[in-house]
Design a protein around this ligand. Structure first.
Ligand code: HEM
Length: 184
């Protein structure tokens, strides 16, 4: 099995983890809706703990993924896109991968500075380590809001690019990220 991406193709690990991250993100948003609509505090807490666990998995997967992205070749683009578009789309992809490392750290840091632990199902919790400090929490929250907004804008551009390649340019870019073998 190909363990690392090379100039010709994504490794199956990259493909699998790409969709693990996308689904984890979707689960986090879905759980946020369920937390808002929960009928009792107990249910709300259970959803919140599950959301924390998904966030932790997303973080750990993303640490590997970001390292793998910056230390291996990005396969050549499918078709003959404009070089500027290739540079932008790759930069956005790397920024998205980095955001999935930094944003969970910011959530943890904000809660720790607010005196709140990140609790996981089963009563486990991630050590807070930081001092309780309202000023620090405020700074982290502002940085999180900026980072999350930039992330959502980048993600919208990324998904737009995938949809454009698939439906408008009708090439195999999306299918390749779904595991199809594409000859370049
Ligand atoms: C519906 C959601 C998504 C779609 C349709 C999608 C689509 C794609 C496609 C088609 C590629 C291949 C681009 C190429 O050939 O160079 C790709 C790569 C990539 N995408 Fe996504 N993506 C989605 C969500 C995400 C999310 C949520 C993230 C990160 C937070 C992400 C990060 C990346 C990265 C880093 C790459 C480069 C390959 C890698 O290292 O995994 N994508 N995506």
């Amino acid at each position: 099995m190909l363990l690392r991406d090379n100039g010709l193709r994504f490794s199956p690990i990259t493909v699998a983890l790409h969709w693990v991250v996308a689904l984890s993100l979707l689960a986090i948003f879905g759980l946020q809706l369920m937390i808002g609509q929960a009928s009792s505090d107990a249910a709300r807490m259970q959803f919140a703990h599950l959301q924390n666990l998904v966030g932790l998995i997303l973080f750990l997967v993303s640490v590997y993924r970001f390292w793998a992205r910056i230390t291996s070749y990005h396969p050549l683009p499918v078709g003959t896109p404009n070089p500027i578009e290739v540079i932008i789309s790759r930069s956005v992809a790397v920024a998205l991968a980095l955001a999935m490392v930094l944003l969970p750290i910011a959530v943890w840091a904000s809660r720790a500075a607010g005196g709140e632990a990140v609790v996981l199902p089963g009563g486990f919790s991630i050590p807070t380590l930081l001092p309780i400090h309202a000023g620090l929490k405020h700074v982290v929250d502002v940085l999180f809001d900026i980072g999350a907004s930039a992330f959502l804008a980048g993600l919208a551009l990324h998904v737009f690019g995938a949809v454009k390649n698939h439906f408008l340019l009708k090439n195999n870019t999306l299918k390749r990220m779904l595991g199809k073998h594409v000859e370049l």
